[in-house]
Design a protein around this ligand. Sequence first.
Ligand SMILES: Nc1ncnc2c1ncn2[C@@H]1O[C@H](COP(=O)(O)OP(=O)(O)OP(=O)(O)O)[C@@H](O)[C@H]1O
Length: 207
Amino acid sequence: MELIVRDLTVARGGVPVLEGLGFTLGAGEVLVLRGPNGSGKTTLLRTLAGLQPAVAGEVSLPPEAIAYGAHADGLKAQLSVAENLAFWASVYATGDIEDALTRMNLLGLRDRPAANLSAGQKRRLGLARLLVTGRPIWLLDEPTVSLDTASVALFASCVRAHVAGGGAALIATHIDLGLEAGIFDVTPFKADPTRAAEPGSFDEAFL
Ligand SMILES: Nc1ncnc2c1ncn2[C@@H]1O[C@H](COP(=O)(O)OP(=O)(O)OP(=O)(O)O)[C@@H](O)[C@H]1O
């Protein structure tokens, strides 16, 4: 399954951030998203994930093909690690959470409420969620924040297995994950912010 993006313009708060952007992410590929702080990487990922509309352009796959791992881990604090994952597995109608617990080294934490996890443990649980989505395209925004070296390696091995199985990943990261990956730098696509982002002048608070 291939993600093809053509002539895409994305905006934040009604202001165009990136324009005329395009790339292809093929099955089995990892693409690392690069660009300075504030250049629009998160905005691009949010748009591809269907959390906000594009101003212009084409995206070949619907948001239903995509699993988005945002800055926030999206955990329910009162639920245990296993309950959080089971919740997501039911949302995505996939079944088994044991594989995800094992692969993100969460078996020993399965009954702990998410509220009582350390920052790195929360992040591991947030990433384990990707494994239960069953979706082919992973979009990841700074996935290794709070992770120690061993957990970064664990995460990288999950991405490696995902792409070896025909999946693909677009990852905004400033660190070297040790993966065989292409680089997509958004810098050349910086938009002219003085242009109005019609018809994307929406209020993000309602999305
Ligand atoms: N909620 C918002 N409303 C309006 N503008 C925003 C909002 N969030 C971010 N922006 C602005 O949109 C632009 C792009 O931000 P974005 O978060 O996409 O950049 P980024 O490349 O992911 O940055 P970083 O590397 O710092 O995470 C920035 O100028 C930012 O200040």
